[in-house]
Design a protein. Sequence first.
Length: 314
Amino acid sequence: MKKKILIIGANGYLGAQISIHLANQGYKVSGLCFPEIPNDTNWINLFENLFVSDIRDTKKLAEIAENQYDILIHLVSLDHHQSNASPDFVASVNITPTWNLLDIFTKKGLKKFIFFSTIHIYGKDIAGDIAENYPTNSQNPYALTHCISETICKYYAVNSETDCTIVRLSNSYGSPVFSENNCWWLVVNDLCRQAFSDKKIVLQSDGSPLRDFINGIDVCRAVENIIENGEKNETYHISSGKTYSILELAQIVQKIYKSVYNKQIDILTAKSTQNYPKKYIINNNKLTQIGFSTSVSLDEGVKKIFEYFEKKQL
């Protein structure tokens, strides 16, 4: 029998994609949405149950926990910019709910808790082969709050029967399920949007910063691998294992745009800082060892975003 899964943040950018993927694989999926359930009958029909609640409402969380889920996937977090707000507010969304969810659901027989953290907990000055045991160095509130939530997960890994799995996501990209999903600030998405709408790409840097990019489709597949094959209380990188500079990425977008529309667009960069970052790789060997491999190349992913724009006539 397929497992019973609750997705916290089911209507979010990643949550909506993961919900569709897991439901299509036969899992019994329920979701927590905020501020409302999207008006999409096909999407709604994938779920056993959909709930609407602020993640800070512990009374509602306790009611939902009575359904006794096998797996909970926690995806709710303020983004990088929102996480610069007052500490009280940021902690109330990025930290306290992790603690509340674990406190409430571990008492109801939860078998597996999957917390979505971030590669940003390693800081900016990273180099070499970055495995999951690389030292953390939180340099902004977004990274700091995720690091604290990881610590809460590790506490419950020791002090409960629940498998508390941490996933550190690199840089996801791809078209959203819902137009209201906040995703166009993501680097790949933003460069594709610029190319399609502005007929040029303007970089905010000289293009030298390095990133690992992974398509949302592969994020979903990675989550399924972790559900089925993951080791108990482990930490996994969800990454492609390939690093590109922002300029290299822009050139890929430029190339795909020309192949699709037969038009050349310009790439404009900021003045060079001549302070080039050290090379690094976000090692995903632990994930590949449990059966994962990427299925969507950057070229394919960029093309799919242009197809989304065409369909939506943006």
